[in-house]
Write a new protein. Structure first.
Length: 569
């Protein structure tokens, strides 16, 4: 974008497009223009050949043989072919309409060509869009140089997306891509005050299908106009909305006593202390959504944080019930960073300064018939304490941070055998459900240099972490066939989502499109460091498991049939 700010209004200075061919014979002088008629305000290519290096001048000559204007003077040229852009003006003044001769002069020799000049038209020079892929309603930002003041319009798909007044010179504008999903060619035009219209400036625009409105409270939930961790659409591409949700205050249940973060409260079916429990909520760290606030009891919604020893056994089910109003506390999360763990994609998304900063591969809990409580509990949480390393059976889990009683965020675990640290049983599982309920995070550095060690070292108390449920009907977006990935030019092994991936290990990576990558003979696997999206066949099969009306996890469906089971009060 910076190059646009260096453009002069007349656009008379431009880069040479090509040099003469090495070893060619001395060329004759000649000159031609790419446009006929030339419309001042719109750039054309002036191309010419000269016999030697030096300087030249190009003039506009009238029928009387006199010089009426200039195209360029004392221009440095090289022997052979030369070219530059010209917009039909000299020192900001357009050449008058009519028939003219363009004369090239160099060292006493001349070459001429005839041109027709039409009426001056407005023009948009160097128009660039900051993105070519967008979800409906999100802004596309434009930068451009307008040759004169007027009205800027942008159209695509038979719909006007933008109409604003613009000044002459370097300008910027934004528009929302309110279009159905698909591939478009957008066209921008500048209309002067007297009705003269520029030639259209075209640029590609891909509108992605909007994610169906799933929120952490469930599909179609979130009618609350306040955007927070419970009402935010579960679409990681909407960075602005996700960041707002990560920064919104969190309501927790907290009795103020010691070790609250490893204790739980029962959520009651009715607003009284002797009512049966419908689920449990971890104190101090687990967020709840307040549906009704009463003087003594308040109705809340959240995911039950039932563990194997919880007072009520209801495994990660979305529940509504009552807690004492006096126990509700509001906490403002730390504003430096926010985390989203999506159980659908098995990725953790790191947000800073309002933007998605980086993505890490994870493994969340994998339930089984005997241990349905292994499913990582979803919802809104706060990172509340550094635990450090701990053992789980024979595995060591480094750099753990607590966010929900027994659910912790920690580095992918390893086993130690004969003095060797071995990750072979756990690291290949990243990107799939595999843990006992904790969120395992990759240890390898990704292209931004992040891993669990980075998260641990940048820990700040009350950083918010959202854990999104893999609702049936949610889908992982499938990239376009032309989307670019990277591979090592000589090593046949991984494909990478970034040319900066540490495991790529080359300064000259080869590009490979998603269509080529998804071919049966590509022979490439997803990189375990940068965690690119699955190949098309794999992704199609994965999304089919989550199709509307299906059941991707029959184990949990069966386990929840008899829930909740009333327990200790």
């Amino acid at each position: 974008m910076g190059r646009l700010r260096k453009l002069l209004p007349a656009l008379l200075a431009a880069a040479c497009l090509a040099g003469h061919a090495a070893g060619a014979e001395e060329p004759e002088m000649s000159i031609s223009l790419s446009g006929d008629p030339v419309l001042p305000g719109e750039a054309v290519v002036v191309s010419f050949t000269v016999p030697e290096d030096g300087t030249c001048s190009i003039d506009i000559i009238g029928s009387d043989g006199e010089t009426a204007a200039r195209v360029t003077e004392n221009r440095k040229v090289t022997a052979g072919y030369n070219a530059f852009y010209w917009n039909g003006t000299w020192q900001g003044v357009p050449v008058s309409p009519g028939k003219w001769t363009v004369r090239l002069t160099m060292n006493g020799r001349q070459a001429e060509t005839e041109i027709t000049v039409g009426e001056m038209i407005p023009a948009l020079i160097g128009l660039e869009a900051d993105r070519s892929r967008v979800i409906p309603g999100k802004l596309v930002n434009l930068e451009y140089w307008a040759t004169e003041a007027g009205t800027l319009t942008v159209d695509a798909g038979g719909k006007e997306l933008l109409r604003i007044r613009t000044e002459a010179g370097q300008c910027a504008a934004s528009f929302a891509a309110e279009l159905a999903a698909g591939e478009y060619t957008a066209e921008a035009r500048l209309t002067a005050g007297d009705g003269r219209v520029s030639r259209p400036t075209a640029f590609p625009l891909t509108v992605e299908a909007p994610a169906e409105k799933f929120t952490p409270l469930g599909k179609g939930a979130g009618e609350d106009l306040t955007l927070n961790g419970w009402t935010v659409p579960m679409d990681i591409r909407d960075e602005e909305a996700v960041w707002q949700a990560l920064m919104a205050p969190v309501t927790v249940v907290d009795d103020g006593e010691e070790k609250a973060q490893v204790r739980q409260a029962v959520i009651r079916k009715e607003p009284r202390a002797d009512s049966d429990g419908v689920g449990t909520v971890t104190l101090a760290s687990q967020g709840v959504y307040v549906l009704e606030r009463g003087a003594e009891w308040s109705k809340i919604a959240c995911y039950s944080s039932s563990f194997h020893d919880s007072p009520v056994a209801n495994w990660n089910a979305r529940v509504e019930g009552y807690v004492e109003t006096r126990l509700l506390r509001t906490i403002r999360p730390d504003g430096e960073m926010g985390l989203v763990v999506d159980k659908l994609t098995q990725r953790m998304y790191v947000f800073t300064e309002g933007k998605l900063y980086s993505t890490l591969m994870v493994s969340t809990g994998k339930s089984n018939e005997r241990q349905p409580y292994n499913e990582t509990r979803s919802g809104e949480f706060l990172l509340v304490s550094k635990v450090g390393g701990f053992y789980s059976d024979n595995m060591f889990c480094p750099r753990a941070i607590r966010f929900n009683d027994g659910d912790l965020l920690h580095e992918v675990p390893y086993v130690e055998r004969n003095g060797n640290i071995i990750y072979s049983a756990t690291e290949p599982q990243l990107g799939t459900k595999a843990s006992h309920g904790c969120v395992r995070v990759q240890r390898r550095k990704n292209p931004e240099g992040l891993n669990m060690a980075w998260i641990f070292n940048h820990y700040r108390e009350n950083t918010k972490i959202l854990i999104w449920e893999d609702w049936q009907g949610r889908q992982v977006p499938v990239p376009e066939n032309g989307t670019v990935f990277w591979r090592h030019p000589k090593k046949n092994g991984y494909y990478h989502g970034s040319p900066e991936c540490p495991l790529l290990d080359t300064k000259t990576p080869e590009e490979i499109t998603y269509g080529e990558l998804s071919a049966e003979d590509s022979g490439l696997d997803a990189c375990p460091a940068c965690g690119p999206v699955m190949k098309k066949g794999e992704l199609t099969e994965y999304n089919a498991m989550y199709a509307e009306g299906g059941d991707h996890d029959p184990v949990m469906t069966e386990a929840r049939k008899d829930c909740p089971k009333p327990g200790r009060r």
